[in-house]
Design a protein around this ligand. Structure first.
Ligand code: NI
Length: 196
């Protein structure tokens, strides 16, 4: 038993040197404007939530926390599958990750709500967007079990924003044409300059 304890201790010491976070983290690069070709793709439904889908969920969550962001769709890391990760917990609060496969809005309120939205694919751009204030969403969780949630407030907004991504829709599609064209132009210009 003593030897076992010693071994255990030794293992713990190794962990001091290899941070458990960096050891299991797998960060993906996030696709941003002006790369609309990928972001405008419609994502495909999952047949089952298998080990590959779970690995993608985990990598997406690490990538989202690292960004940092509160929601991320698979297409934003270049995978056209209907998978979303979210966590609206504030800094200092316990993490509450949500994994959604094939999320579907099955009801939305007629009452609308305004939120200032941003997107990891459109860095440093924020604009007010009006959407239904409440939604019911059906999805498969990380285990592949069917779930249904009723959401209001910021979680309802994030759900709608992320489900839009699965259909190739960006939040700038909900703002005025002039503002949208201006932001797309800004990213095209920055991209061009970066390539010089
Ligand atoms: Ni987004």
């Amino acid at each position: 038993m003593g030897e076992g304890l010693q071994k255990g201790k030794g293992r713990e010491l190794t962990h001091v040197h290899t941070s458990p976070i960096s050891a299991c983290m797998s960060l993906k690069s996030i696709i941003t404007l002006p790369d609309e070709k990928i972001l405008r793709q419609k994502s495909a439904a999952l047949k089952t939530v298998d080990a590959g889908a779970r690995k993608l969920f985990d990598d997406m969550l690490d990538t989202m926390y690292h960004a940092p962001g509160i929601g991320l769709a698979a297409i934003q890391v270049g995978v056209p599958m209907r998978q979303v990760v979210m966590d609206i917990a504030k800094e200092g609060e316990d993490k509450k990750p949500l994994f959604l496969a094939n999320p579907e809005i099955i009801w939305s309120s007629t009452q609308l709500n305004d939120y200032e939205e941003g997107c990891l694919s459109i860095p440093e751009f924020y604009e007010m967007v009006e959407r239904p204030a409440e939604v019911n969403v059906r999805y498969l969780d990380r285990n592949g079990d069917a779930q249904e949630i009723h959401a209001k407030g910021i979680i309802a907004t994030v759900l709608q924003h992320e489900i839009d991504h699965l259909n190739g829709i960006l939040f700038i599609d909900h703002i005025s044409r002039l503002k949208r064209q201006r932001v797309i132009k800004k990213f095209k210009k920055a991209d061009k300059l970066g390539k010089l």
